[in-house]
Design a protein around this ligand. Structure first.
Ligand SMILES: O=C(O)CCC(=O)C(=O)O
Length: 381
């Protein structure tokens, strides 16, 4: 890993540090963390679900073991190696076709080091209304860094195997029903001293005014941590905000007089912990002025009923009506993830995904060739 010159939060540094410390204390006091636990009949323990629905997020401790983390790290380093030398470049630093070469779907997102590319803009449906403070990066920092990679399962088999994790998929079924369906997958990369902010936002775009709207309508994201995450580089959540409908984030920040929203709590993880975060929760992350890397293997799931027959939000790909055929096609990634995982971790009992009953998915050469640009079919609501 590269050596990064030390940076800080500039004029905000003292206030920011105090906020991080207070947030960390809060994070360990609200009772929403621990290993994935099952009841005797094999269902996810109701205490976990209660805490998730109360807070809008939960930290599953120790889900990914060192061998799996080593696989993810190797893939991550390979991905970094294969990034284009700069935005739009065709080649990587070794002169090879870059990671995103020839792809149609959006894959690589760039930012100025410690910048906030979405906050206060109309991008992504204008859902990040307030720009975060952008600290000054070190003089030797590159012009831009990649902080987000979409369609990540086509770039990393290790991430695909996490996607097929039997206990995480059991959680997905407990939260969204046995017929849960994909949303999208991403890698969030927060380089020390360079990683961009993700301004406060709620993810959902489609159902806020629906008469059937409830606390789970827009699904959730799993956030698996390769190196862990801290208050300085991790995602922060306003607990309970997923239940209260569309938030007026501009007003929340104005009322607080600062982007350091009162009552927000950081997701704090060790390597191998996996958070689940409700997409309706107000959440965001600050520019990473710390010396710690954060790499999140991020993947989301929806209720089938939230997606079927719905016109997608048009944020992650072209707006379209999500019919049963599209959902089925997109859900092949679950079948591939389960099979890829079974090959690498044969001692585990693979997850049986109910919508695939009677079907067989093999993670073989044909499947690998067929997943290029698979995220053109993301189910983005
Ligand atoms: O990882 C981050 O910093 C932001 C994640 C996020 O906003 C999301 O998954 O919706």
């Amino acid at each position: 890993m590269n050596q990064i010159a030390k940076v800080d939060y500039g004029p905000e540094d003292a206030a920011h540090r105090a906020y991080l410390e207070a947030g960390e204390r809060l994070a360990f006091s609200i009772g929403n963390r621990g290993p994935i636990r099952f009841t005797d009949d094999g269902t996810i323990h109701p205490e976990i679900l209660d805490a998730y629905w109360r807070c809008g997020f939960y930290v599953f401790e120790g889900v990914l073991k060192p061998d799996e983390l080593a696989d993810i790290e190797a893939d991550f380093q390979n991905i970094r190696d294969r990034l284009p030398v700069e935005r739009g470049a065709a080649l990587d630093a070794k002169g090879r076709p870059a990671l995103d070469h020839g792809l149609t779907a959006p894959s690589l997102f760039w930012s100025r080091p410690l910048g906030d590319p979405f906050g206060g803009t109309a991008l992504a449906g204008g859902r990040h209304p307030v720009k975060m403070f952008e600290p000054q990066a070190a003089a030797d920092a590159p012009k831009e860094v990649v902080y987000l990679i979409l369609g990540s399962l086509q770039f990393s088999e290790a991430a695909l195997r996490v996607y097929g994790h039997p206990h995480l998929l059991a959680v997905a079924a407990a939260v969204n029903g046995d017929d849960f369906v994909p949303f999208n997958e991403a890698l969030f990369i927060k380089e020390p001293g360079r990683g961009a902010s993700v301004a406060w936002h709620q993810d959902g775009l489609t159902h806020w005014d629906s008469p059937d709207w409830d606390q789970g309508t827009h699904g959730f994201n799993f956030m698996a941590q390769l190196y862990g995450c801290t208050p300085a580089n991790g995602v922060w959540v306003v607990p309970g905000s997923h239940k209260r409908g569309k938030a007026d984030i501009r007003k929340m920040v104005a009322d607080a007089g600062t982007e350091r929203l009162p009552g927000a709590v950081p997701i704090v993880c060790k390597p191998g912990d996996v958070a689940i975060t409700n997409r309706q929760a107000v959440h965001g992350s600050f520019a990473n002025t710390s010396t710690d890397w954060r790499v999140t293997v991020n993947f989301g799931f929806h209720r089938r009923a939230s997606v079927l027959g719905v016109t997608g939000g048009g944020v992650h790909n072209a707006a379209a009506v999500y019919d049963a055929e599209r959902i089925h096609k997109r859900a092949r990634m679950i079948g591939y993830g389960i099979d890829a995982r079974a090959r690498r971790f044969p001692h585990e009992t693979p997850y049986a995904y109910a919508p695939h009953a009677g079907e067989t998915y093999r993670w073989d050469a044909d499947a690998k060739a067929g997943v290029r640009d698979y995220n053109l079919d993301d189910l983005s609501i």
